[in-house]
Write a protein that binds this ligand. Structure first.
Ligand SMILES: Nc1ncnc2c1ncn2[C@@H]1O[C@H](COP(=O)(O)OP(=O)(O)OP(=O)(O)O)[C@@H](O)[C@H]1O
Length: 274
């Protein structure tokens, strides 16, 4: 099994990849993820029951399913924060060789350090051993990317919920991750802030080309952002649905509404999966 290193730092951003349509265009450092026969039990509770999944480098995958179906457990295993009970997890480079990607995670709560400025919170994402001046420069650049350039010297307590979550995103992006896991990152935000954050996440994914795995309760958010949506049910993949719609995707678009309907049916168990 591959252990995810969280410490790797790529100080210089690769050239942004613009104009990506639905076909994934992987950035440098993006890794494919392969799960084979993945199982996870907590005592007698069999949470993941033989998950087989290949996520190509640079793809944006959303994972949805009923509360307690194992979404966060899957994400934690992907991030090396928890061990599977059985099965294999591999990260692969474009040539199929084993990769050790720089993997980061954004949680529902921004988890900022209140005694550090916005910029210093972002610098935390670079780990130790980085020249302070270079680190602040990188923090500055990524804060501009998430449209918080004017808040670099601010305290977290003086930011709105959406702004705090953008700082958390900046902290994850500053090391230019090859894999970004998002665990309900917008769950605590109001509807309008969610939509603008969705656009932001889509834009940075398109620019940087990391492999993205988003856990969400929001089916509309999943089809709005992802290339592909996985429905988990009782520890198994109940549906693996490609979302072959070009971006930008308008909320309420009839094609997306049809896909949302299929996903909801799979979550509720009223769909055959075809
Ligand atoms: N550390 C743990 N120890 C024991 N049981 C756990 C642990 N973590 C998760 N579980 C159990 O695993 C199951 C799946 O939890 P998980 O958090 O992965 O679900 P989820 O689909 O992300 O749920 P939600 O949508 O409510 O966040 C639950 O039954 C939960 O109680």
């Amino acid at each position: 099994m591959t252990v995810v290193t969280h410490e790797r730092f790529h100080a210089v951003a690769e050239e942004p990849v613009y104009e990506r349509d639905t076909a994934p265009v992987a950035g440098a450092g993006a890794a494919a993820i392969s799960l084979t026969g993945l199982e996870k039990s907590f005592g007698t509770n069999r949470v993941l029951r033989g998950i087989n999944l290949h996520i190509p480098a640079g793809q944006f995958v959303a994972v949805i399913g009923k509360s307690g179906c194992g979404k966060s457990t899957l994400l934690r295993i992907l991030m090396g924060l928890d061990e599977p009970s059985a099965g294999e997890l591999h990260f692969e480079n474009a040539d199929g060789s084993e990769a050790s990607p720089n993997a980061r995670i954004v949680f529902q709560e921004p988890r900022l350090l209140p005694w550090l400025s916005v910029a210093d919170n972002v610098v935390v994402g670079l780990g130790d051993g980085i020249d302070k001046h270079a680190a602040l420069k990188a923090a500055d650049a990524v804060l501009s990317e998430v449209q918080l350039g004017e808040k670099v010297g601010e305290w977290p307590a003086r930011l709105s919920g959406g702004q705090r979550q953008r700082v958390a995103l900046a902290r994850a992006l500053v090391s230019r991750p090859g894999v970004l896991a998002l665990d309900e990152p917008l769950g605590a935000l109001d509807a309008l802030t969610r939509i603008s954050m969705q656009e932001l996440i889509h834009r940075v994914w398109r620019e940087l080309g990391f492999t993205a795995v988003l856990v969400t309760h929001d089916v509309s958010e999943a089809v709005h952002l992802a290339d592909r949506v996985i429905v988990l049910d009782e520890g198994r993949i109940a549906l693996d649905l490609p979302i072959p719609c070009p971006h930008p995707r308008r909320h309420g678009h009839p094609g997306l509404a049809e896909l949302e309907g299929r996903l909801l049916a799979a979550i509720l168990g009223t769909d055959s999966g075809h």
